[in-house]
Design a protein around this ligand. Sequence first.
Ligand code: COA
Length: 393
Amino acid sequence: MPVTVRVVDPVEWSTDSVRLTRYAFQPSPAELDTERELVRAKTYARFSRTHVLYEDGAARATAMVWRMRQHVRGRLLPMGGIGGVATDPAARRGGRARTLLTAVLADMRDQGQVVSTLYPFRPSFYERFGYAGLAQERRVRIAPAALLPLLRLDLPGEVTLHRQTEVAGEIQRFETELAARVPGMAVYDDPDGELLATQTPEWAAVARLDGRVTGYLRYTITEHGADLDAHRFLYRDPVTRSLLLAWVARHTDQVASAVLPLPPGETPETWTADADLTVETKVAPMTDAAPMARILSVAGLAGIDAGPGELTVRVDDPLIGGVYSLSGGGTLTVTPGGTPTAELTGHGLAALVYGALDPAELALRGYGSVDEPAAATLRSLFPATTSHLVAHF
Ligand SMILES: CC(C)(COP(=O)(O)OP(=O)(O)OC[C@H]1O[C@@H](n2cnc3c(N)ncnc32)[C@H](O)[C@@H]1OP(=O)(O)O)[C@@H](O)C(=O)NCCC(=O)NCCS
C-alpha cells in the first residue's frame, strides 16, 4: 500500500486533517462545517505546518506543528510545538503515528527549529522519540475571600476587563516580552496575536503600571457559585501579582474558588495572612499530561547560558546523533567532534539542557552513561532549573 507523509494545504487541512482531529478530540458525532474550517485553516497555515499520512490516497493520521519560540537557558530558540496528533480509529496501533512523527521530526529540523515540545497522550510513547519530561504546572485553588486584604492596599496601576480577543495583540506582545525572562516559556510566532484573536472568547483582566501592560489574568467563570478558572496568570513583578489577585478578590461573593496556574517557586501561602488554599498538580495521561521537550539541533543550542566546564559527549539519537564538544563559562559553545568521555541519548541531552534531571540520574533512566567526573562537569554546564512552558497546544 503506497504510504506518503506530506505537509497539507488549507483545503486539505479543512477536510483530511480536521476529520481525524475532530473524531479524536471533540465530542462526536458532529457535523463538520468545512467552509468555516477552511477560514480557520488559512489563518493557522501562517503559523503552523500540518502533516498528513496518506495510504492509497486516504488520510490515515495527522499532526500539527506550531511555529513557536521558547526560552531555553537565556535564549529564545525556534521551537516546534506538536499538537493534534490523531490516527483514524480503524488504522490505530499499526505504527502510523510512529511513521508520521519520524517525518515530522525531520521536517522540524529542516525548518530550522532547534527544540520541540508537546503534551503527550502517553509519555513513554514520546520518550522513544527522544522527548524528556518537564515539570508539570502547579495550580492554586483559593477562596477569593482570602485575598480581600489586598483590596485595602494602596496599589499603583490599574486592572481593566476585556474579552481576550479584543486585546490579543497587546497580550501577545506582553507574553513575548515576558518569555525572554521566564525559563521554559514558549510563545507563538505571532507578534500581533492573530491566533489568540481566533480562539474561544475568555476574559482578560489586564494589569497596567504607568500605562504599560505588566501582567494579565485570562479566565472563564464556570458557573455562579463555582470557579473562576484561569488559563493564564502572568505578571512581571509582585506588585502586578497583587493587582491581579485584588481583581480575583472582587469575585468573593460570586465564585467559591479561583484556580490559578503558578510559576515555579511561587508561594501562594505568603500572599496574605489567613489564606485557605490548596496547591494542586495533576498528571494523568490524555487529560493532564506534563509537557515534554526534545532537542532537534545540537549546534542550534550554541549561545544558551552554560556554567563553567568542557566535555565531549557522544549523542546516540537518530536525529541528532554524533560527537560534540561542549564548553561553557558564560554561554555554550558547540564544536562537532572530539574524543567523547560521556554517552547521552537524545532525551538524556534534553533532560540536561532543560535542567529536568541531574546527570547522576541519567544512567538509572537509560538516558546515558556518565561517570562521576563527567557528571560533575555536566552539572556545572547545565545547572538544575525548572522550565515553565506556559503555552498549551
Ligand atoms: C494516540 C494515537 C495518535 C496513536 O496513533 P497510532 O497510529 O495508533 O500509533 P502507533 O500505532 O504508531 O503507536 C501506538 C501503539 O501501537 C503500537 N503498535 C505499532 N504497530 C503495531 C502493530 N503492528 N500491532 C500492534 N501494535 C502496534 C505501538 O508500539 C504503540 O504502542 P506502545 O507505545 O505501547 O508500543 C491514536 O491512538 C489516537 O488518535 N488517539 C486519539 C487522539 C490522541 O489522544 N492523540 C494524542 C494527543 S496529541
